[in-house]
Design a protein around this ligand. Structure first.
Ligand code: FCB
Length: 476
């Protein structure tokens, strides 16, 4: 029999987010969020749909938890709707909002499922947007106050917390290219300030949570970003992938070190002021101290990756490039990101390129730079979308998803076998749901949702994942 390299307390989970599944958009005193606003804007969402009802999870919560239990899940990552707890974003607490999440948490615990709560998965209370949202530095305080309320209400039973989901996505798509809520198109200089405010909010919320929760908790984040995968595993290509991952290259707000260096290293990348020039904001040392809170794990969402090789070019200043650590070769060649051929397999959405080594290289590089073997790596999201439908036999044969998950999980297994501390894996998503500007067409779930009837049907992948969990990954 195979033995498993995964630790015994590994979190085998699935994830969702409030706006994507809950529905009940104005029930029981909930305030409107920026996604309630965005989904009413003409042309903003494919198919003109909204999350008003979504998976109706708010009303079907108990059945959904029973379904999770039947799926063998050990952990469930959900997000708390800020506007359900604080309809105006600050001030008066909505007791019915608190009651909903209390009931969810109790139900999960009774089912033997670890509740893992995300404080912010993109649904900013609309009232705070009217005060400037992430453009307003005061948001760090609003967010910390909300975190303290959540900590006091749920922190006796919730150990695992995630402050922000994919801040790079909600800032770039929400404030720079306008494709996500609140749909603004602001300059890079203005967005850099938003970046700073999100990081400050993360730091303040981490402090607030720890102070409010009556038991020791585990706090982290769920940032986005493509993996960088060495084209072939030569020391030169490995170093090239590492440099490509951890260098702020153009004036791009996607670059990972812009977000994670302040959080884990207490400073923005050295090259950022030069790269952004007059757009740079010169943060204070006090702010960086707040942002740099000790965290309990390194969380990351990961769906895809880019292949990288050591290119032909020498660094522009002619000096030998220094290694970024990890003991691989010091190289003179600048990294070169390689495009996939046009026919490369993807999910239903084109950004979801098949890149099975992604989880391994993320774990390895993040562990080297941010964790040093001391912080567990937790995959806060990984999943696949396909146009699944219920077959003539009443089943959903989503073989491509099973193959995708299998390959990616082997990457995580490799990381674990090499001694990299891995702490958990959350499949995105528990069930098909509202996929932001794409509406309901992309189906990411382990469970199929018939939106007309709200009938849930376990896909083949849910049955397969149950076996992975039951064998603790030994069948991978
Ligand atoms: C991530 C989001 C999540 C979901 C998946 C497919 O970027 O965090 O809400 O939309 O992509």
């Amino acid at each position: 029999m195979n033995t498993s390299p995964f630790p015994s307390d590994f979190l085998w989970g699935a994830a969702t987010a409030a706006y994507q599944i809950e529905g009940a958009h104005d029930a029981d005193g909930k305030g409107p969020s920026i996604w309630d606003m965005m989904s009413r804007k003409e042309g903003a969402i494919a198919g003109g749909v909204t999350g008003d009802i979504a998976c109706d999870h708010y009303r079907r919560m108990k059945d959904d938890v029973a379904m999770m239990k039947a799926m063998g899940l050990k952990a469930y990552r959900f997000s708390i709707s800020w506007a359900r707890i604080l309809p105006e974003g600050t001030g008066t607490i909505n007791p019915k909002g608190i009651a909903f999440y209390n009931a969810l948490i109790d139900e999960l615990l009774a089912a033997g499922i670890e509740p893992c709560a995300t404080l912010y998965h993109w649904d900013l209370p609309l009232a705070l947007h009217h005060k400037g949202g992430w453009m307003n530095r005061d948001i760090a305080e609003w967010f910390a106050d909300y975190a303290a309320i959540a900590g006091r209400a749920f922190g006796d039973r919730v150990t695992w917390w995630m402050t922000l989901n994919e801040p790079s996505v909600f800032i770039v798509a929400g404030y720079n290219d306008g494709s996500h809520a609140p749909g603004l198109k602001m300059s890079v200089a203005e967005c850099l300030r938003c970046v700073h405010h999100t990081l400050l909010a993360h730091g303040r919320a981490t402090l607030a949570l720890r102070a409010a929760c009556p038991q020791p908790i585990k706090v982290g984040m769920a940032p986005a970003g493509y993996a960088k995968i060495p084209d072939t595993e030569t020391p030169e290509n490995i170093e090239a992938a590492r440099r490509s991952l951890f260098t702020v290259a153009g004036q791009s707000l996607w670059d990972i070190p812009l977000w994670l260096d302040p959080v884990f290293l207490g400073k923005y990348p050295d090259e950022a002021p030069a790269v952004f020039g007059s757009k740079w904001h010169h943060p204070s040392a006090e702010d960086l101290k707040i942002i740099h809170q000790p965290l309990d794990y390194i969380g990351f969402n990961c769906y895809s990756g880019v292949r990288v090789r050591a290119g032909a070019k020498v660094d522009s200043d002619g000096t030998r490039a220094t290694s970024l650590g990890g003991g691989d070769a010091t190289v003179t060649a600048a990294p070169e990101d390689l495009p996939y051929p046009q026919e490369h397999p993807t999910g239903q959405l084109s950004w979801l390129m098949l890149a099975p080594e992604a989880l391994y290289w993320k774990c390895r590089f993040y562990n080297e730079r941010y964790g040093h073997g001391k912080l567990p790596l937790v995959v806060t999201e990984n999943g696949f979308c396909s146009g699944d439908w219920v077959g003539l036999d009443g089943c959903i044969h989503d073989g491509a998803r099973i193959d995708y998950l299998h390959r990616y999980l082997r990457g995580l297994q490799r990381a674990a076998s090499e001694g990299i501390p891995v702490g958990g894996y959350f499949q995105w998503s528990l069930m098909d749901n509202f996929e932001w500007k794409e509406g309901y067409k992309p189906r990411f779930g382990l469970v199929h949702v018939d939106y007309a009837t709200q009938k849930r049907t376990l896909k083949d992948s849910a049955l397969w994942y149950r076996e992975v969990i039951q064998t603790h990954g030994a069948n991978l």
